[in-house]
Design a protein around this ligand. Structure first.
Ligand SMILES: Nc1nc2c(c(=O)[nH]1)N[C@H]1C(S)=C(S)[C@@H](COP(=O)(O)O)O[C@H]1N2
Ligand SMILES: [Mo]
Length: 323
């Protein structure tokens, strides 16, 4: 006898609920919790992630048109891999933060603009995003730890936000700050870390076309573990410069001290431009592991973006540009 045995997750097509019914927000709130109780933990966490992307108030803006100017020399990292291999110290210091990060509330989310601007103001994230024109960009991402990925971000140039903020001529740097919410972010309860996470760019870097504010990835609103609802992507710098879940942009005269610089200034500095010829004090930067492929590739100077950004560093040869 030939019995076809179906495993639990192989439900027949005709029994599967059409996506537009499952992903209705109200239905999710009413029935989602009990439905999820039936799923194993990892599957439930995955479902929370999938539903969150679709329930985002800006979900209608995705996918955005791709900006073809930025082409990759390698395939985009599989989304499942990218969503489950992250650095987000507010949650924990392992690469497995995706489940914990789902607890971060991302609405309401207010972005504060202050410092050397015509007039400081606050704006809700949805208003801000809808004032910008979203585009998709493929980018390489090189972590200082020696691994890399390639991502299709959606967002807008940071230069657009700078315009919108109306900085004064005296502003020399943009300082960015991540949320503070130790109730949901256990890492922030570890008071020996210099919270909140801070990063900064010069005005010239911030207004360079490559400096990107990402609000989405892979054609939908961004996963929380990637730094929703607003994160920086500066692909010519080591990954730690690309600050996540930003709540504040301050225009300042003094060079801001970043989180990693505050933690260990002998190893991490302000500029942090990718350079394979300058090793980290504890390891080589010559090559990188391309996550998800098993491949190790030579690292490129400015992570391959020298044509766009090398000119920003003329006359700064005495600075520690590559830390
Ligand atoms: N707020 C905040 N931003 C952060 C970090 C962090 O721990 N907290 N980690 C940084 C580091 S080291 C890297 S490599 C990237 C990782 O981004 P990803 O998880 O989306 O790949 O985020 C950067 N931005
Ligand atoms: Mo990193």
């Amino acid at each position: 006898m030939n019995v076809i045995r179906r495993r639990g997750w192989e439900i027949p097509e005709r029994l599967a609920t059409p996506a537009h019914l499952v992903f209705n927000r109200r239905a999710f709130l009413a029935g989602g919790a009990s439905a999820m109780a039936l799923l194993p933990r990892a599957a439930a966490a995955q479902r929370v992630e999938d539903l969150a992307k679709l329930a985002d108030p800006t979900a209608d803006l995705y996918p955005a048109k791709r900006n073809e100017k930025y082409v990759l020399d390698r395939p985009i990292t599989d989304e499942k891999i990218n969503d489950h291999y992250n650095n987000f110290y507010e949650f924990n210091s392992s690469k497995e933060v995706s489940e914990q990060a789902q607890l971060l509330p991302i609405r309401p989310w207010t972005v504060k603009i202050d410092g050397l601007v015509e007039k400081p103001f606050e704006i809700g994230i949805d208003d801000l995003i809808r004032k910008m024109t979203l585009e998709e960009r493929t980018c390489r991402h090189r972590c200082v730890e020696g691994w890399s990925m390639a991502i299709a971000w959606t967002g807008f140039p940071l230069a657009r936000l700078v315009d919108f903020a109306k900085p004064l001529g005296s502003a020399k740097f943009v300082r960015m700050e991540t949320f503070t919410n130790p109730k949901v972010a256990p890492g922030e309860r570890m008071t020996w870390f210099p919270w909140p996470y801070v990063e900064g760019l010069t005005m010239a870097e911030a207004t360079n076309d490559l400096a990107f504010m990402a609000t989405g990835a892979y054609g939908h609103a961004m996963s929380k573990q990637h730094g929703a609802p607003l994160r920086l992507a500066v692909p010519w710098k080591y990954g730690f410069k690309s600050i996540k879940s930003i709540v504040r942009f301050s225009f300042v005269e003094q060079r801001p001290k970043g989180y990693w610089e505050a933690l260990q200034s002998s190893e991490y500095g302000f500029w942090a431009n990718v350079n394979p010829a300058v090793p980290h004090p504890r390891w080589s930067q010559a090559t990188e592991e391309v996550i998800g492929t098993g491949e190790r590739r030579p690292t490129l100077i400015f992570n391959g973006y020298g044509d766009y950004v090398a000119g920003l560093y003329k006359g700064l040869e005495n600075e520690r540009l590559w830390a």
